[in-house]
Design a protein around this ligand. Structure first.
Ligand code: SF4
Length: 429
């Protein structure tokens, strides 16, 4: 039973990125072009209530869908979390859509910004305007403040090329100023504007590799290996419901339309089942199965590094994320925040992560599943550390993205006796 799907809210894009099959017309030729219709989206969710998360970006630009605000609203009403994590260019965004991504708590947006100056940015994002993109990001941040919301999380994706690698440090600083995480990515094609400073990119990418081919040599696996897991757990649909399987494939489909057949039946369709057996090395390549002509499959075949049951299983399951908005009176400049599993009464050291009041958006953690969790925080006021406050929250089974608040200047928590408890990892943006 699939809990996540990915569907392109729009297959259109206004940019002309040199390596993109949307820009050169290959996606349109193979899959047609259009926007996801609100009526199709609602029917999809209503017919397949097991869908808990929808990724709305793929080869197109989701903000070009004129019904995006209504699509986000209908997902929110059904407790379905939504993201634009595959990538958005954010060059165009209607005000109602920007409002909706915050109002309806879109989990995350990955903004594709491969440069820190207009000249560098537009070398790859041809027709793009960096100032407009940053303006839309800043508007989302304003709306987050207006709605006192932790979401969406904003990531700055930076595909590293030879022409932009020198701007990585400036881009990192610009992202940090906006509470964004800079995520350097290796380019799809080593032949286009190849990286010059390999050592810099090896460090900045955090991968010890400056290109996908080097990644393959060093790790013995494809950089994008995990994309194939989508055939099992997070299938990708075209805007019109046809099954594309994964976010790489645009050249063929798997012979089934999820809007017509329903998701469970589509996941058991013969071509998908056959493709899964191909990827685990149990079936030979076959005409009509999109994987057969995919570079990633060819590499798997050459190396014999087939997907195995353990990694496929590990990639399954719903991923929760919770955002804690910390409130405080203006005299409080910092707060230490900790999170532990379990109900109030758990005693844990308040030596947690430092939150900058008025600067950071929220503290986030990834609950293992539904249940009770305790947040504890203490503010740093004019006269030093204030007494700790705490709140026990209950993570519900849905939506996967949930939000809570804690007033750091509120009533102190009753000191608890008891043993140490494990603090959960958290991150602050
Ligand atoms: S082999 Fe290619 S087309 Fe098939 S699932 Fe993997 S990435 Fe997608």
């Amino acid at each position: 039973m699939s809990l996540s799907i990915q569907i392109d809210a729009s297959s259109h894009c206004q940019l002309a990125c040199p390596l993109c099959p949307t820009a050169d017309g290959r996606v349109r030729a193979a899959q047609g072009a259009g926007h996801l219709k609100l009526s199709d989206f609602e029917a999809l969710l209503d017919r397949n209530p097991q869908i808990a998360h929808v990724e709305l970006s793929n080869y197109g630009e989701m903000f070009l869908n004129p019904q995006l605000a209504a699509i986000l609203k209908s997902a929110h009403e059904r407790k379905v979390s939504v993201s634009g994590s595959n990538g958005v260019n954010l060059n165009f965004a209607r005000e109602d859509a920007l409002d909706a991504v915050v109002r309806y708590r879109v989990r995350a947006l990955t903004c594709s910004i491969d440069g820190a100056t207009q000249e560098t940015y537009a070398r790859y994002r041809v027709n793009g305007n960096l100032e407009r993109v940053l303006g839309h990001i800043d508007r989302i941040r304003e709306l987050r403040r207006k709605y006192r919301s932790a979401f969406p999380l904003l990531d700055w994706q930076f595909v590293v090329f030879g022409h932009n690698e020198h701007e990585l440090p400036v881009a990192r600083a610009m992202a940090a100023e906006r509470g964004m995480e800079l995520v350097p990515r290796l380019s799809w094609d080593d032949g286009f504007s190849p990286v010059k400073d390999n050592d810099l990119v090896r460090i900045e990418s955090g991968l010890g590799a400056a290109s996908r081919s080097e990644y393959r040599e060093r790790r013995g696996a494809e950089y994008t290996r995990s994309i194939c897991y989508q055939l099992w757990h997070a299938p990708v649909l075209n805007w019109n419901g046809s099954m594309l399987g994964c976010c790489v494939n645009f050249w063929g489909d798997f012979g089934v339309n999820v809007f017509e057949s329903g998701l469970d039946a589509a996941m058991l369709s013969p071509k998908i089942e056959y493709a899964r057996r191909m990827l685990t090395g149990e079936a030979a390549p076959a005409e009509g199965i999109p994987c057969t002509t995919c570079d990633q499959y060819v590499a798997l075949r050459e190396s014999g590094g087939w997907l195995n049951a353990e990694e496929i299983q590990k990639s399954s399951g719903a991923r929760f994320v919770a955002g804690i908005v910390l409130e405080a009176d203006p005299s409080v400049r910092f707060a230490q925040v900790s999170i532990a599993a379990g109900a109030a009464g758990a005693r844990f050291e308040n030596s947690g992560r430092l939150f900058r009041c008025g600067v950071d958006t929220a503290a986030y953690f990834a609950p293992a599943g539904p249940g009770k969790y305790t947040i504890q925080a203490r503010g740093l006021g004019r006269s030093g550390w204030m007494p700790a406050v705490s709140r026990t929250i209950e993570i519900a089974p849905r939506p996967l993205c949930q939000e809570f608040s804690l007033d750091v200047s509120g009533s102190p928590a009753t000191p608890e006796q008891g043993g140490e408890v494990d603090r959960l990892p958290l991150w602050i943006r």
